[in-house]
Design a protein around this ligand. Structure first.
Ligand SMILES: Cc1cc2nc3c(=O)[nH]c(=O)nc-3n(C[C@H](O)[C@H](O)[C@H](O)COP(=O)(O)OP(=O)(O)OC[C@H]3O[C@@H](n4cnc5c(N)ncnc54)[C@H](O)[C@@H]3O)c2cc1C
Length: 333
């Protein structure tokens, strides 16, 4: 197994549970995108038009989280997600999301200003809103630490040969698979406040997407920027400024919050925003578990199950098959 982020570690743990011998190699375990992730387990709030598989896979994986978290001894936060919009365009985005989720059969409740105040008294007065009661969140670093207690990770490949290599190296796939994933920089902030929101709040503030994810001890995660680039991911002054400005419009208490940390990491993006889980298509001994883009935390337990099932039965979910045409480079004319 190459890669000890949340995905690689979850896969290694599942394989070990099923009695397979696993060796994990990573020079910097837990130091990739999993270190920055907000930890929203939020399949509905992430659904965009034309991406029903994200919802299907995310919903399946969300159902696995209670068992996964209990096994690791990591708490899950309930309370759902509040979607809010500030101006007319933002409200339309919320309405479109509600319409789409209704159509796809997800539980979502439109809310008026009073409903928002009852759920989240510390939020500023916003326009259109909706409540997604089934969504949850988790602290990804706690999950990674719990997995690292169960899975031994080596800094370098061992001498012995193995039957299969699972490549779970997030946004930096080794050749010849490197063209399948690109880095999409995400910057995120951690704050501590005396009046944090009670649940995850996702909003649009004049077109700028922003979220607030509360954690124990008054911590609040504010995220996240999204930028295609070829440089190492760094925190930029502009990114921090945009996040703080947007978050403050939703939650005025931010002014009094202590800024604890700003982090940037690359999300592992694919051409169709779905992960690569299954045979590499190039080498019989290589299976991919990468390219989880915005959903790697959410999809970790499902990915673990899909990889283990594939190794034991040969089964592959076509939506995430790394050989699917949607993620292959277009032939040059
Ligand atoms: C700002 C931000 C917020 C996010 N918020 C959420 C969220 O709320 N919910 C959600 O579900 N997802 C979220 N994501 C996405 C999520 O973080 C990723 O999809 C997920 O962490 C991917 O996990 P991974 O294990 O595949 O990759 P990573 O965590 O990047 O791990 C890859 C590992 O591979 C190792 N590695 C690299 N190359 C090699 C090599 N050649 N040999 C061995 N090891 C190697 C690295 O050291 C690293 O430890 C967020 C991402 C960002 C950036």
């Amino acid at each position: 197994m190459l890669g000890a982020g949340i995905v690689g570690l979850a896969v290694a743990d599942e394989l070990a549970r099923r009695g397979h011998r696993v060796t994990v190699v990573d020079p910097s375990p837990g130091g990739g995108a999993s270190y920055a992730a907000a930890g929203m387990l939020s399949p509905s709030a992430e659904v965009w038009y034309g991406e029903p598989d994200v919802l299907r896979l995310g919903t399946e994986s969300l159902a696995l989280w209670p068992g996964f978290a209990a096994r690791l001894g990591v708490p899950l936060r309930d309370g759902g997600t509040l979607l809010v919009g500030v101006d007319g365009g933002d409200r339309q985005r919320v309405e479109r999301q509600v319409e789409l989720l209704h159509r796809l059969g997800s539980r979502v409740e439109p809310l008026d200003a009073r409903g928002v105040r009852e759920l989240e008294p510390t939020l500023a007065r916003t326009g259109g809103a909706a409540y997604l009661p089934d969504e949850r969140s988790v602290e990804p670093r706690r999950v990674v630490h719990a997995l690292l207690d169960r899975v031994r990770v080596l800094p370098e490949p061992p001498d012995h040969a193995c039957d299969v290599t699972v490549v779970a190296t997030g946004a930096s796939l080794p050749a010849p698979y490197d063209h399948l994933v690109r880095g999409v920089r995400g910057e995120i902030l951690r704050l501590r406040a005396t009046d944090p929101p009670r649940r995850t709040v996702r909003g649009w503030v004049r077109g700028e997407p922003v979220y607030l994810v509360p954690r124990p001890g008054g911590e609040v995660v504010v995220g996240a920027t999204s930028e295609e680039h070829d440089e190492p991911p760094v925190v930029t002054a502009g990114g921090v400024l945009r996040l703080l400005a947007a978050a403050r419009e939703l939650w005025p208490g931010l002014d009094r919050a202590q800024l604890l940390e700003a982090v940037a990491r690359d999300r592992p993006g694919t051409a169709d925003n779905l992960p690569l889980i299954g045979p590499s298509g190039r080498d019989d001994g290589v299976v991919l578990a990468a390219g989880h883009y915005r959903h790697g935390v959410l999809l970790a337990p499902l990915t673990a199950r899909l990889v283990a099932d594939h190794l034991e039965t040969g089964r592959v979910d076509p939506a995430v098959d790394p050989r699917r045409p949607a993620v292959q480079p277009r032939p040059t004319p």
